[in-house]
Each structure stands twice: as structure tokens, then as C-alpha cells.
Design a protein around this ligand. Structure first.
Ligand SMILES: Nc1ncnc2c1ncn2[C@@H]1O[C@H](COP(=O)(O)OP(=O)(O)O)[C@@H](O)[C@H]1O
Ligand SMILES: [Mg+2]
Length: 297
């Protein structure tokens, strides 16, 4: 959009230019008219602004075409969540609003108990908010009924947790393909193979979770999150239980999927080194957005 930034004119400029435009559309004088005393002067400055007007309208068009790549995949509007009632009520989220662009990598940071996991659950359609809206790819997800929401979640959202949440009696392959089976969808063997290869699990497909290391179990949970090709990957402290080498590898994998497949990535982390890798850092405090910083444009 550099092009747009360079040539964009302000609305005032556009109006000003349009009102001036007849001056630089001079026709040659008609025969019956007095001859023009001197050849019409080209006002370079207005001509320049006139071109700017034309270019700006092209820019609008280009922006509209490019809109698909820059649209907000997530829109959170005045989201609040209260757990419990009366004296024991806890306001975990308090009027939170922000949006996330398609393909963005956002880290959510904040002290323990500040509402990070609650926010991620609301984004993932796991739990209903007390008030406010979550729009995912323009669908108001809490307007869906339970069945519709479950289907939407399985297809559009990949969830990754700190403690993997794998099913102990299912093999690696069964754990990974479970969301597709629940959705009565066929697993594309080449898609599965590609994910398994990337995650380095080719020789572990028939193992059970307890036969794997922590890092491998987290790879399985990433595979399970990605099998349905979701638009968004939500990860709640995905490296919180791993050593630094495994943490790094898991983050590299998540970033690779984010960059290569343009999957929006939202990660809760305590780890400053991870947060600094994100495009943007949202800090949550007492259930509110305390800071929202873009680390790289
Ligand atoms: N299911 C629940 N029932 C009651 N209170 C909850 C529940 N889940 C979270 N909370 C409370 O909501 C607040 C925010 O929790 P959480 O979102 O888990 O914070 P974080 O992930 O930032 O540590 C905390 O005070 C927590 O005790
Ligand atoms: Mg949490």
C-alpha cells in the first residue's frame, strides 16, 4: 500500500482540486470570441493536484481490491465476561474492544488472573461472553446456536493449550484427525502427510501421547489445531511447559504456519522473547486492554 500512502490526497485537497478543475480544462477560444490575449498558462501546481485526484481515486480502487488481504479477521466489540453471581462474581473481561487483521501475529501478555485465557476462550467460541460481540471473518459467532458454533469452531479455529489436551487413549494420528472426524469430514491424506512431515511426527503416528516428549505432544496438538486449515490459530501459553529449545522450535513452527499459510496467530505468553517476535503486543490488565503496541508495521 506504499503506492496509496505516497499519492493519497486529503478529502479537502480533493474538493479544492475539483472546484479548480475548469481552469485547466481550457478549450481553444471560439472564432467569434475575442482572441485570447496570450496562450493559456498551465498552472503546474493545479495540474499536479489534478493528477493527484485521479490517482487517489485509483488508489481507492486498489485499496478495495487489496481489502481482502487486509481485512479484520477478528473483531472484538465491548466484550465483557463475568464469572459467578452476586458477592462471588468476578469480572474477568471488562469492555474489551480491538481487531486483528488477517495474517497478523499477535501476542497477548499480562499478569496471572488478568483475563488472558478468558479472552482467548471468547475469541475461540469456547465460552459465551456476558456481553459484547466477537466477529470472526465477519460472522457474529455468539449469534450462532450451539451446534452452529461447534461446527464454526472446528472449521475456523485451531486451539492450542499449555498442557496439550490430547486424548490419552488415542494415537498421534487419531488425536490429530479427531476434529475432522467429529465434523464428519474426510481427511485429505496429502494434507495430513504435509503437516505430519513439517511437525516431524512421521515416525510417531501410531504412538500414544504418553510415549512422546512434551515437545512432541505439543506438536501433535499443533497438528490437531491445523488439520482443518483454520483461519485462526489461538494458543494459550503453548510453550509454558517446555524447555527453551522446544519452546523455540514450537514458536518457529507456529510462525512458519502464520507466514506461509497466512493463518492469523494469537498467542498468550509470559515470555518476553516470544512477545517480541510478534507483529503486535496487546497487554491485558484487570480484564481491560492496557496497551496495544505494533512492534513492526
Ligand atoms: N471458570 C471460571 N469460574 C470462575 N472464575 C474464573 C473462571 N475462569 C477464570 N476465572 C477468573 O477470572 C479471572 C481471569 O482468569 P483468566 O482468564 O484465567 O486469567 P489469565 O489467563 O490471565 O491468568 C481470574 O480472576 C480467574 O480466577
Ligand atoms: Mg491463563
Amino acid at each position: 500500500m506504499l503506492f496509496g500512502v505516497i499519492i493519497r490526497t486529503t478529502p479537502e485537497e480533493k474538493l479544492g482540486d475539483l472546484s479548480e478543475s475548469p481552469r485547466h480544462c481550457n478549450h481553444p477560444p471560439l472564432l467569434s470570441e475575442e482572441p485570447h490575449p496570450s496562450p493559456p498558462k498551465v498552472n503546474k501546481l493545479s495540474l499536479n493536484s489534478h493528477f493527484k485526484v485521479i490517482l487517489a481515486s485509483y488508489t481507492d480502487l486498489i485499496e478495495e481490491i487489496n481489502g481482502g488481504f487486509h481485512m479484520n479477521i477478528v473483531e472484538v466489540k465491548n466484550l465483557s465476561k463475568v464469572y459467578g453471581k452476586g458477592e462471588t462474581a468476578v469480572k474477568a473481561l471488562d469492555d474489551v474492544s480491538f481487531s486483528v487483521k488477517k495474517g497478523e501475529f499477535v501476542c497477548i501478555i499480562g499478569p496471572s488472573g488478568s483475563g488472558k485465557s478468558t479472552l482467548l476462550h471468547m475469541l475461540g467460541g469456547v465460552d459465551r461472553p456476558t456481553s459484547g460481540k466477537v466477529l470472526i471473518d465477519q460472522t457474529d459467532i455468539y449469534n450462532l446456536n450451539e451446534t452452529q458454533l461447534a461446527i464454526f469452531r472446528r472449521r475456523q479455529i485451531g486451539l492450542i493449550y499449555q498442557f496439550y489436551n490430547l486424548i490419552p487413549i488415542l494415537t498421534v494420528e487419531e488425536n490429530m484427525t479427531l476434529p475432522m472426524l467429529l465434523d464428519e469430514q474426510k481427511v485429505d491424506p496429502s494434507h495430513l502427510k504435509r503437516i505430519v512431515d513439517i511437525l516431524g511426527l512421521t515416525n510417531r503416528l501410531s504412538h500414544l501421547p504418553n510415549q512422546l516428549s512434551g515437545g512432541q505432544q505439543q506438536r501433535v496438538s499443533i497438528g490437531r489445531a491445523l488439520i482443518s486449515n483454520p483461519a485462526i490459530i489461538l494458543a494459550d501459553e503453548p510453550t509454558g511447559n517446555l524447555d527453551s529449545k522446544n519452546s523455540e522450535e514450537i514458536m518457529e513452527l507456529l510462525k512458519m504456519f502464520n507466514k506461509t499459510y497466512n493463518q492469523t496467530l494469537i498467542v498468550i505468553t509470559h515470555d518476553e522473547r516470544i512477545a517480541l517476535q510478534a507483529d503486535r503486543i496487546i497487554s491485558i490488565e484487570d480484564g481491560k486492554v492496557a496497551k496495544d503496541e505494533v512492534t513492526r508495521p
